[in-house]
Write a protein that binds this ligand. Structure first.
Ligand code: SER
Length: 889
C-alpha cells in the first residue's frame, strides 16, 4: 500500500466517525516553546489546554513533523526520521480512553478490503502506563489481548508530554511484531526494532510545568477537559504495509536513496556503512525540501541552523560516498517527485526551494575548500617535521573556526596518510564544554568545585572533624582556600571562595535539610558562610564570601553557626518527621515520603498518592501533627545496626550507603522512627506549630505537602487572621457568620443576574413584533434575522417569538444569531407553511453551522462557531432558504 493510501484511509476512517479533517499546519510553529511542529497535536494545543474553544469536538489530521534531537541516529536505526508525518485523531472533551482504543484497534486490524490496515491481531502488542489499570482492562475487553501482550511501563515510556510545559497524560502504544528475523522474542521491552511502535494513544488529562523532558517534571493540575491525542507514524505504518525493512525504503524516500546510490555509483545493500550514508541522504534531502517549502531558509540560528545542518550533512554524506560534484540539484527533484502528490505546495514553490538549497551547497563547498587549505598546510607542516600525527589543536581549530566535523578532518588527513591526535582534540572539546558549563554556573552565582584540589586536601589532612550534632561553634584552622582555578594563597574582601577547615560545626546540605548559615571570624578576617556541601565523603566544603580582611590557609578562626538559623532548621527538620508520621497516621503506611526539603520556617514533603487531598483530610493531617507537638514528645537519637533499625520499624527514606551503625531519630518512641542524619529539636513542642500552606501534584500519582513551622508558622496564621479581619470589615455581622453571609451575598448576586437576564429577554421578546415586520422576502419565503447578546435559550425564545409574530399564511423563517462570551449561537424557528415548502429548521441550522446543532423541523439551534463568524453563518442560511434546497430531516 502506497503511503498516500495509508494517509487517506486514516482520514476517511475518522471522517466517517464524525471527525473534521484538518489540513497539516506548516512546519515552523508560532508556539514559543518549539522551533518546528514535532507532533500532530501541536496545532491543537490551545484546544487541549482549554485556552481556546475547539471549533469541533473531534478532529483528524496528517501533520508534517520535524524532530532533530536524535539526528546522529538517523540512518542507523530503522525507524527514526528527521521529517515524518503523524496521522492523528483528536477528541477535545468528547470521547475518551475506551473509544480511542476501540478506534485504533479497529482501523489497525480491519481487513484491507474493508478500508483498514489489515494487521494481524495476534502480532500486535501494546504498552500501558503502570498506573493505568483502565487501559489494561480495555485492551483485554475490546481487543481481547492476552495479559502477556499488554506491557506496563513507567513515566519515561508511557507518560507523554511535549517535553515542555503543556498538556500531557498517560499513554498507550501499539507495537507490531515484525518477526523473528528482526530480533529477539519478548515484546517491545526486549527489542524495539523487531517490535515496531506504530501508534501512540495519549489520554491527555494534565498540564505539566517546567522540568526535565520525559519524567520528573511537576504536574500543575488537571486540564479542564479530558482529551484524546493519538499519533500514528505514517512512515512506520507504510514500512509495515510495504514489507520493507525501514522507513527510508518506503515509496516516499526510496527514490531519493536510489538516486543517491546511482550518483555515487554504489549499490544499496552491499556495504553497511554506505547504506547508512544513503539513508542519511534520503532522509535529510526530503526533510530539507519540506523545510524550504514551508519558508525556512538556511541560517546560523534557530530554525535556519537546523536546516543548514541538515543540508550540510546531506552534502557531506554524498561526499563520503565518493560523490564530489554538486549533489542537491540531482537529489532534490527526486524528493519533490516523492512528496508533491501529498503536498502540492512542494511543486508550487520548488524553484525557490531549489535555489536556496543550491546556494547553501555552494557556500558549504567554499567552507570545505577554505578548511581544506588550512588542513593541507597543517598536514604539510607535520610531514616536514617528520611527524605522523596532526596536533589536536589543529583539529580543534578546524572544528571551531571552519565548521569541520572531526570525522571529516580524520578522513581527509587519512587520505594524506597521517593520523589525528584525537585525544588532544577530545581534551580541547571537553575544556570548551567545561568553559561553557562554568559560564552557566557563574551566571547562577555558584563557584565551581575543583574535585582534584578537594581530593588533595582530603588526602593530606583526612576527613573533616564534623561537629554539627554537638556544637554551634568550633575553633578551626583553614586547610585550604580554593578559587575557581584551584588553590589560592589568600582571598580578599568581596571574594567568594571555597574553604576547607580542619573542624566545623556547619551542617552540610543533605537528607533534605538545607545547609547552615553562619560566619567565620579570625583575628583579621571575617566571612559569611553561603553554602555548605560534602563534595567528597568525609570532606565538608564551605562556600563563603569574605567580608573583611584576607582569608588564607593556616589562619585560625572561630566557625560559628547562626544560632537562630539552626533553631529554625531543627524545628523544620523535626517538623518534617512529625508531618510524615501524621500523614501516615491519617492516610496509612502507603503514604511514604519520597522526597523532602526543609529550611528554617519551611518544609515540604512528597509522597505517592492518587488524587488530591480534601480539605477535611488536610485538616486531619494538620491536627494530628499539632497534637503530637502538644504531647511534647521526646526526640531521641539512637545508633544501631541496620537490621536492628528495620526490626524497630525505622523508615529508611533515601538511597544512602549507611555505615556499620545507622542513626535513628525517634519522636515519641515508635510514633516516628526514621533513619536520619539531620539536626533536631529535643522535644516536639519546640517546633511551635505546623501550618499546612499547600497541597499539590508533582507528577503522576505524586503529591506534595508544604508547611510552615515555628515563628513562620505563627506569622502565617497571623496573616490569615488579618485577611479574615479585612473581609469582615466589608461584611458586617459576627465573624462566625462570615461564610454564611458571603454565601448569601453571592446568591443574591446570582438572583440579580437572573432577574437582569429575564428583563433582557422580555425586552428582546417585545422586539419580536418589530423584527417580524422587517422580514425580507426571499422568493416568497419571509426571513427575519437579528443579532443579540445572549445565551442559547435567549436565542431560541426570541426566534420562536418572532416566528409567532410572522404571518401564519406565508412561509416564514426566524433566525437569531446570539453572541455570548465570544462564541456564536444560531437559533432558527419556522412555521407550518415553511415546513410544507420542504424547509426544516434542523437542516437549516446544520447547513449554516457545518453540521453543529440540532432540534426539530420547527425549531433548532446550534453553536460551535466564533461570534465573529455569525455574519457568514447568516449568509449561508439566507442562501439555503433562498434555494429552498433544504429537505426534511
Ligand atoms: N502526541 C503524541 C505523540 O507525539 C501522540 O500523538 O506521540
Amino acid at each position: 500500500m502506497r503511503t498516500a493510501e495509508v494517509r487517506t484511509r486514516f482520514l476517511d476512517y475518522f471522517a466517517e466517525r464524525g471527525h473534521t479533517v484538518v489540513p497539516s499546519a506548516p512546519l515552523p510553529t508560532p508556539d514559543p516553546t518549539l522551533l518546528f511542529v514535532n507532533a500532530g497535536m501541536v496545532p491543537f494545543k490551545p484546544y487541549l489546554t482549554g485556552t481556546a474553544e475547539p471549533p469541533w469536538p473531534r478532529a483528524t489530521s496528517v501533520q508534517k513533523c520535524i524532530r532533530t534531537l536524535d539526528i546522529e541516529e538517523v540512518g542507523k536505526t530503522t525507524r527514526h526520521g528527521s521529517f515524518f508525518q503523524m496521522n492523528g485523531n483528536f477528541s477535545f472533551g468528547d470521547y475518551f480512553k475506551e473509544q480511542a482504543i476501540a478506534y485504533a484497534w479497529e482501523l489497525s486490524t480491519k481487513p484491507l478490503t474493508d478500508g483498514g490496515y489489515g494487521l494481524d491481531p495476534d502480532r500486535i502488542w501494546v504498552t500501558v502506563h503502570h498506573s493505568d489499570g483502565d487501559a489494561r482492562g480495555l485492551w483485554r475487553q475490546l481487543a481481547g489481548l492476552p495479559d502477556e501482550r499488554i506491557v506496563a511501563r513507567g513515566d519515561e515510556d508511557n507518560f507523554w508530554s511535549m517535553g515542555v510545559p503543556g498538556p500531557c497524560g498517560p499513554c498507550s502504544e501499539l507495537y507490531y511484531d515484525r518477526g523473528p528475523a528482526l530480533g529477539r522474542e519478548g515484546g517491545p521491552e526486549v527489542d524495539e526494532d523487531r517490535y515496531m511502535e506504530f501508534w501512540n494513544l495519549v489520554f491527555m488529562q494534565y498540564e505539566r510545568g517546567e522540568g526535565p523532558g520525559k519524567s520528573g517534571y511537576p504536574i500543575l493540575g488537571e486540564l479542564p477537559r479530558r482529551n484524546i491525542d493519538t499519533g500514528m507514524g505514517l512512515e512506520r505504518m507504510a514500512t509495515l504495509l510495504q514489507g520493507v525493512d525501514n522507513l527510508y525504503e518506503i515509496d516516499e524516500t526510496r527514490p531519493i536513496l536510489n538516486r543517491a546510490a546511482e550518483l555515487a555509483g554504489v549499490r544499496y545493500g552491499a556495504d553497511e556503512q554506505a547504506d547508512v550514508r544513503l539513508r542519511v541522504v534520503a532522509d535529510h534531502v526530503r526533510t530539507a525540501l519540506m523545510l524550504l517549502t514551508d519558508g525556512t531558509t538556511p541560517g546560523n540560528e534557530g530554525r535556519g541552523y537546523v536546516l543548514r545542518r541538515i543540508l550540510r550533512r546531506a552534502v557531506r554524506s554524498m561526499r563520503q560516498l565518493g560523490y564530489e560534484d554538486r549533489a542537491l540539484p540531482e537529489l532534490l527533484p527526486a524528493a519533490r517527485d516523492c512528496m508533491a502528490a501529498s503536498y502540492p505546495e512542494v511543486a508550487e514553490v520548488y524553484e525557490r526551494s531549489a535555489d536556496q538549497a543550491d546556494a547553501e551547497e555552494d557556500a558549504f563547498r567554499a567552507t570545505l575548500r577554505q578548511g581544506t587549505t588550512v588542513l593541507d598546510t597543517a598536514v604539510a607542516a607535520v610531514k616536514d617535521s617528520g611527524g605522523r600525527s596532526l596536533p589536536g589543536a589543529q583539529a580543534f581549530l578546524l572544528h571551531d573556526t571552519y565548521g569541520f566535523p572531526i570525522d571529516l578532518t580524520l578522513e581527509m588527513a587519512a587520505e594524506q596518510g597521517i593520523e589525528v591526535d584525537r585525544e588532544g582534540f577530545t581534551a580541547l572539546m571537553a575544556a570548551q564544554r567545561e568553559r561553557a558549563r562554568a559560564d552557566a554556573r557563574a551566571r547562577k552565582g555558584a563557584a565551581p568545585l575543583d574535585t582534584a584540589a578537594l581530593r588533595a586536601v582530603l588526602d593530606e589532612h583526612g576527613p573533616t572533624d564534623w561537629q554539627a550534632w554537638s556544637t554551634l561553634t568550633t575553633d578551626s584552622r583553614v586547610l585550604a582556600v580554593l578559587g575557581p582555578d584551584g588553590p589560592v594563597k589568600a582571598a580578599r574582601a568581596g571574594a567568594v571562595v571555597t574553604v576547607l577547615l580542619d573542624r566545623t560545626p556547619f551542617y552540610a546540605e543533605s537528607g533534605g535539610q538545607e545547609s547552615d548559615a553562619g560566619r567565620l571570624t579570625g583575628a583579621s578576617v571575617e566571612a559569611d558562610v553561603l553554602d555548605v556541601q560534602r563534595p567528597l565523603p568525609g570532606l565538608v566544603a564551605h562556600q563563603v564570601r569574605v567580608t573583611a580582611g584576607d582569608l588564607a590557609p593556616g589562619d585560625t578562626l572561630r566557625a560559628a553557626v547562626d544560632a537562630d538559623w539552626r533553631l529554625g532548621a531543627r524545628q523544620a527538620h523535626s517538623g518534617t518527621h512529625v508531618l510524615h508520621a501524621a500523614l501516615r497516621e491519617v492516610l496509612g503506611p502507603t503514604a511514604l515520603q519520597s522526597g523532602s526539603y526543609n529550611r528554617p520556617g519551611y518544609l515540604r514533603l512528597d509522597f505517592p498518592w492518587r488524587g488530591g487531598l480534601s480539605p477535611l483530610v488536610r485538616g486531619d493531617i494538620e491536627e494530628a501533627a499539632n497534637r503530637a507537638l502538644r504531647r511534647d514528645l521526646p526526640v531521641g537519637v539512637e545508633w544501631m545496626t541496620l537490621p536492628e533499625a528495620k526490626r524497630k520499624g525505622a523508615l529508611a527514606l533515601f538511597d544512602e550507603t549507611y555505615g556499620e551503625k545507622v542513626r535513628v531519630v525517634e519522636i515519641g518512641g515508635e510514633w516516628s522512627r526514621e533513619l536520619c542524619g539531620g539536626t533536631h529539636v529535643e522535644r516536639s513542642s519546640q517546633i511551635g506549630v505546623v501550618s499546612l500552606t499547600a497541597e499539590s501534584s508533582v507528577g503522576a500519582g505524586m503529591r506534595r505537602l508544604e508547611a510552615v513551622v515555628g515563628l513562620e508558622g505563627f506569622d502565617y496564621l497571623a496573616r490569615e487572621r488579618d485577611l479574615v479581619s479585612r473581609i469582615a470589615e466589608q461584611v458586617p455581622g459576627p465573624r462566625a457568620e462570615l461564610p454564611d453571609r458571603i454565601e448569601a451575598i453571592l446568591s443574591r448576586l446570582k438572583a440579580a443576574d437572573r432577574e437582569n437576564a429575564r428583563l433582557k429577554r422580555e425586552a428582546a421578546l417585545s422586539r419580536a413584533t418589530d423584527l417580524a415586520a422587517s422580514a425580507e422576502n426571499l422568493s416568497g419565503t419571509l426571513l427575519a434575522t437579528t443579532f443579540i447578546d445572549g445565551t442559547a435559550s435567549d436565542a431560541r425564545d426570541l426566534s420562536q417569538a418572532i416566528r409567532d409574530a410572522l404571518p401564519r399564511t406565508e412561509p416564514s423563517v426566524a433566525a437569531v444569531a446570539a453572541r455570548t462570551e465570544g462564541k456564536g449561537i444560531l437559533a432558527v424557528a419556522l412555521n407550518t407553511r415553511a415546513r410544507e415548502l420542504g424547509l426544516s429548521a434542523g437542516t437549516l441550522v446544520k447547513a449554516a453551522l457545518r453540521g453543529r446543532g440540532g432540534g426539530s423541523a420547527e425549531s433548532a439551534q446550534g453553536g460551535g462557531v466564533r461570534a465573529d463568524e455569525l455574519d457568514a453563518v447568516l449568509a449561508v442560511l439566507r442562501t439555503a432558504v433562498t434555494e429552498g434546497t433544504s429537505t426534511d430531516e
